[in-house]
Design a binder for this molecule. Structure first.
Ligand code: MN
Length: 259
């Protein structure tokens, strides 16, 4: 049973933990409204996977349920191979509006870059989602751009950890064998955003450069190296854009003289 971790005495609301972790004056992420739960009889619900380069690269799987997005952080991302079980740490519920978010979180919780890697609808394979979650065995069908067919989330005995802190119950994300399973490495094969069609450097370059030049998240090791490379590539993209915008006349003249 989830406790009221916001510290208040009132009833725990679904997005308390999400909001407690963030400062919305400093983050472009949506604060979210406490929306009424949608009719549970509606069969297809929203789902998305956000590729998130924060302290470590991971993929956040989010399934709409009772007016929020149930969320799992999957460090290695989903696998289409039914013999591969992917560790998935359940994290705090996110607002439904978060499902379209893509951009740079300049500082604070989750600082880094978020890409909308996949989105679509999901359908539970048994009617009572709360019972399936309580049992720790949620079977569902995905209809996204990249992920399709039957999947299962199975809760294990352990807890996910960030350093010393437990982050939430740990689960395994597994693809069921069907026409959509196979040994294609989907994260390698389809690495780009389904929202912008872009990669991390272009998503970063689309933001105000001041945001990330002054507030880039400090990260060491492999993540730090990845982030430095992305920042360099984003800066090059920005520069190329600037040069293009300053020299349109020369391009037109050159074309004219050859005709
Ligand atoms: Mn994340």
């Amino acid at each position: 049973m989830a406790s009221n971790r916001s510290g208040g005495t009132g009833p725990r609301r679904p997005l308390d933990e999400y909001r407690r972790k963030r400062d919305f004056t400093k983050s472009p992420e949506p604060a979210g409204r406490n929306t009424k739960a949608r009719r549970p009889t509606r069969p297809a619900r929203f789902f998305c996977v956000q590729k998130h380069l924060a302290s470590h690269l991971h993929y956040d799987l989010r399934l709409e349920h009772n007016g929020v997005l149930l969320s799992w952080a999957v460090p290695k991302g989903p696998s289409l191979d039914p013999s591969i079980k992917r560790f998935a740490a359940q994290v705090e519920d996110h607002p439904v509006e978060y499902g379209s978010f893509e951009g740079v979180i300049p500082e604070g919780y989750g600082a880094g870059i978020v890409m909308l890697w996949d989105s679509g609808t999901w359908t539970p394979e048994s009617p009572d989602v709360d019972a399936a979650l309580a049992k720790g065995d949620l079977k569902f069908t995905l209809d996204g751009y990249k992920l399709k067919g039957s999947w299962v989330l199975v809760r294990t005995r352990g807890y996910g950890r960030r350093g010393e802190k437990p982050t939430g119950p740990s689960w395994l994300l597994i693809k069921h064998r069907d026409e959509w399973s196979g040994d294609l490495d989907i994260t390698e094969f389809a690495p780009l955003s389904v929202k912008s069609g872009e990669d991390f450097p272009a998503i970063m370059a689309a933001q105000d450069p001041a945001l990330w030049l002054t507030n880039r998240p400090a990260a060491g090791g492999a993540t730090g190296a990845m982030l430095r490379k992305i920042i360099e590539e984003a800066a090059e993209l920005k520069l190329a854009e600037l040069e293009k915008s300053q020299t349109p006349a020369r391009g037109r003249r050159a074309r004219k003289s050859t005709s």
